[in-house]
Design a protein around this ligand. Structure first.
Ligand code: NDP
Ligand code: PYC
Length: 342
C-alpha cells in the first residue's frame, strides 16, 4: 500500500525524528528540508533513506547535532563558514546571503564550508544560488571509495559536482552528479533491493569487475568517463579539500574509520554574476543561454534536472508517495529515536 504525504507534512515528520534524536532546531530543520527535497524530486539516493545514516552518525558521536555554525568575519571574495562539527546544510544556509551579496558586488565569490558532516545532494544549494540570478558551481569530496582510472583500490571520493545557471521566469539549468559512475547511495539501494549493478560501476576487493553491490561496497567504485572523471574527482580533492584546508577523501575515511557513517570534510560553493562577467561584451548572457538550451532541446535531447522538476511538480500537486515499509520506518525512528539504529 502507498502512503501519500504532503511535502510540509513529510518535512515536519523528518524534523520531529531528528529533534527526537537530540538535534537542535537549526540542524534538524535544515536536514529535514534537504532530505524532503530529495524525496520530493525523486532522488531516492539522497532522500529518506539517508535518515538512518544521520542517526547512526549521531549515535556514534561523529557529528555534533547541536552545532551552531559560525561565519568568519571579513569582506573579501571568500566567505568562510565553520560548521563547527555539525552538518553542512545549516552552515550553507548561514553563508548564503553573504555569498550572494559578495558575488553581486564583486562579480565572483566563493563560500568555503569547513568541518561539516556532508551526506546531501548538491542541487538544493545550486538552486538556492540561482534563485538570486547567479550562476553556481558546487563541489565536495566524500570518503575514499572510488579507484582512480588505472587503479583498483578506493582512494578518491564519489565527489559530486553541480552547476546551475539562472533562467528568467523558468526553472534553472542544473546538473548534479557524482564523479563516480553512480553515487554510492545508488549501490546501497541496489543492495537493499537485491538487484545486480550494471556492468562497469565497480570492482571487488581483489580489483575484479563486479555487479554484486555487496562486493562493490567492499571493493572500489569506478570513476565516470575513465581518466576524465578520475581527473575531475582529483580536482575536487584539491579545490574542496587541500585548498580550503579541509580533509580529502582518503583523510576523511581515515578520520571516520568506516564508510557506514556520513563523512566529515569541507565544501566549496562558487557564485558568479553573469552580468558582471559579460559587461562590455556583445550580447545578453541570459538570452544567449536560452538560445543554447533551445538548440539542445531542439534536437530532442532533454536538459538535466528535467526529470527532477517533473517529479517535483507531481509531488507538489499530489504529495509524496512512500511505500508501507518507508512509512513504517519513519514511525519507528520517531518512536525509538537513536535506539532505532545499531
Ligand atoms: P545521476 O547520474 O542520476 O544524474 C546526474 C545528472 O544528470 C542529473 O542532473 C540528471 O538530471 C542528469 N541526467 C541524467 N540523465 C540525463 C539525460 N538522459 N539527459 C540529460 N541529463 C540527464 O546522478 P548521480 O547518481 O551521479 O548523483 C546523484 C546525486 O548524488 C547527486 O545529487 C549528487 O549531489 C549526490 N551525491 C552526493 C555526494 C556527497 O558526498 N554529498 C556524493 C555523490 C553523489 P535528473 O535528476 O533530472 O535526471
Ligand atoms: O552517494 O556517493 C554518495 C554519497 C557519499 C556521501 C554522501 N553521498
Amino acid at each position: 500500500m502507498q502512503h501519500i504525504m504532503s511535502i510540509p507534512a513529510l518535512r515536519d515528520r523528518i524534523d520531529a525524528i531528528l529533534r527526537r534524536a537530540g538535534m537542535n532546531d537549526i540542524q534538524a530543520r535544515a536536514l529535514a528540508t534537504v532530505i524532503t527535497a530529495g524525496e520530493r524530486d525523486a532522488c531516492k539516493s539522497h532522500g529518506i533513506y539517508r535518515i538512518e545514516g544521520v542517526l547512526r552518525t549521531l549515535k556514534a558521536g561523529k557529528v555534533n547535532g547541536n552545532a551552531h555554525p559560525m561565519l568568519h568575519p571579513g569582506e573579501g571574495p571568500i566567505v568562510r563558514v565553520d560548521a563547527c562539527g555539525g552538518f553542512s546544510s545549516p552552515a550553507f544556509e548561514m553563508g548564503l546571503p553573504v555569498l550572494v551579496d559578495r558575488a553581486r558586488r564583486l562579480g565572483l565569490a566563493a563560500m568555503v564550508v569547513n568541518d561539516c558532516t556532508h551526506f546531501s545532494a548538491l542541487w538544493p544549494e545550486v538552486e538556492a544560488v540561482t534563485e538570486h540570478g547567479l550562476a553556481a558551481l558546487v563541489m565536495c569530496p566524500s570518503y575514499a571509495s572510488v579507484a582512480p582510472a588505472g587503479g583498483n583500490r578506493p582512494l578518491l571520493g564519489t565527489n559530486p559536482l553541480a552547476f546551475g545557471w539562472p533562467r528568467p521566469d523558468r526553472a534553472p539549468y542544473v546538473f548534479d552528479f557524482a564523479t563516480s559512475v553512480a553515487a554510492r547511495g545508488e549501490i546501497e539501494l541496489h543492495r537493499r533491493a537485491g538487484k545486480p549493478l550494471p556492468e562497469g560501476w565497480a570492482v571487488d576487493a581483489e580489483g575484479r569487475p563486479t555487479t554484486d553491490p555487496g562486493a562493490a561496497l567492499a571493493g572500489a567504485m569506478l570513476p565516470f568517463g575513465g581518466h576524465k572523471g578520475s581527473a575531475i574527482g582529483t580536482m575536487i580533492e584539491l579545490l574542496a579539500g587541500a585548498m580550503i584546508g579541509d580533509l580529502t577523501s582518503p583523510e576523511a575515511l581515515a578520520h571516520l574509520g568506516t564508510t557506514t557513517l556520513a563523512p566529515m570534510h569541507g565544501e566549496l560553493v562558487l557564485a558568479f554574476s553573469p552580468e558582471a562577467f559579460a559587461a562590455g561584451r556583445p550580447g545578453n548572457p541570459f538570452a544567449r543561454a536560452e538560445a543554447l538550451f533551445d538548440a539542445i532541446t531542439g534536437q530532442g535531447a532533454r536538459l538535466p534536472s528535467e526529470r527532477r522538476f517533473a517529479a517535483r511538480a507531481k509531488a507538489e500537486a499530489r504529495g509524496i508517495e512512500l511505500t508501507e515499509a518507508e512509512a513504517a520506518q519513519l514511525q519507528r525512528f520517531l518512536d525509538l529515536g537513536l535506539d532505532a539504529v545499531g
